[in-house]
Design a protein around this ligand. Sequence first.
Ligand code: F6P
Length: 481
Amino acid sequence: MNKHVKTGSCIKKSNFILVTNREPYSHYKTKKGIICRKSAGGVVTALDPLMQKNKGIWIAWGSGSADFTVCGSENKLVVPEENPKYVLKRISLTKKEIENYYRGFSNSVLWPLFHLFVEKMHPKQEYWCTYRKVNKKFAQTVLSEMKKDELIWIHDYHLSLVPRFIRKEKPDAKIAFFWHIPWPPWEIFGSLPQRNDILEGLLNSDFIGFHTSSYVNNFMNCAEKNPNTKLDLKKRTIKSEHNKTKIRHVPLGVSYTDFADSILSQHAVKKARNLKKMHKNRDIILGIDRLDYTKGILDRLKAYESFLELYPEFKEKVVLVQIASPSRNKIDEYCAMKKEIDEAVGNINGRFGNEEWTPVMYFSRRMTQQSLLAYYKAADVSLITPLRDGMNLIAKEYAASKEDDGVLILSEFAGAAEELNEAILVNPFNVQETAGAIKTAIEMPNEEKKQRFQSMKKKVKDRDADWWLNSFLKEWETTYA
Ligand code: F6P
């Protein structure tokens, strides 16, 4: 796995072991045979292009029904199938492990708590025990792949204990962690019974990256409350029992050129034109999300309903296209929310629609990248209003995909808002404010639209996925200087 990895201006030769819960590609048994699907979500969207360029080994949970049928020895295979670039090593989890580690501790405890939905947190002792066990399993797999001097890069809240388990066996291991979701204030984090285990597990990394400076501040505040740490606030480093950890914010970006190139793609341009035509040249307002309560889809629908109520002159002149890819659908909170969204869409269409006009076009399924691109291009307004979101790459993808004739309405509570202040920023809990923002966006003078969009585009271009990787590796590298 030797590879030249560019770190800022210097070229560094490294071995790379990437560790995530979600695998980039899964294989499924279908009636037509085995099919391969790319996973959704920020982590895979960000890391797959980087791995394809930089190669290495990616260790993750094999979650597809045919995953272990297609693997070679040691549960490995080379991906992507059509253009093999890097090794994926799959970890097999039992039904009980999936229930308690993935649906349980990760997504019914950490996920709601870290997104400030304390009331949706349902802790159980067996969740925690299995979370520990599975984190150990991941660490052991990493250890079995380590030969010499590899860079071990672990991602996200599912795997917070992995650095500790690796460090215990290999005190000199080079470990970095990227935390993809928000880090909450101490008042919230402090209520987690396992707060010290999670924090101390992570602090076995040499370097921890977050999306925003406010997550860094929250993390430092939480670390300060831990009896076994010593902070250097100026250097933003934390000394714990066996380690010193550097903490920085390095906001994740998108593969800008992949999206920007589509501006020139005749196929995408034609598809977008067809979409516009299909919607009778109405203003298209676009929402794209994973079907998750943190994404604020229900509040967004309420805001759109309120917009049609408050400003009836826009009836039949706009359409909200909401694309929501199903996610974690075996967790009760997600099933309940899906039902509520289905109903809310039905209510709006029943209340305002007519033979000529469907106010909300709702797709509760995954779309191909090509279709998403066409929607990005066709959308006059992108309405991205999560109630809380680590970053939100959709906002950046929209900015990268359109020329300069769009408007972004963005939640103040998405990590991306710290960078993209040219967007119309809204408090997503304030339905009236979001309704007003939709009106402002549609009526925005072309000159202002252009100015805001170009400036936003430049930021997305300057801080793209390559920038993120280079900045992260540079910061990581200097921890050993
Ligand atoms: O970005 C946060 C995240 O939890 C990722 O870790 C994950 O890949 C994505 O959302 C999708 O969620 P899941 O892996 O549970 O389908």
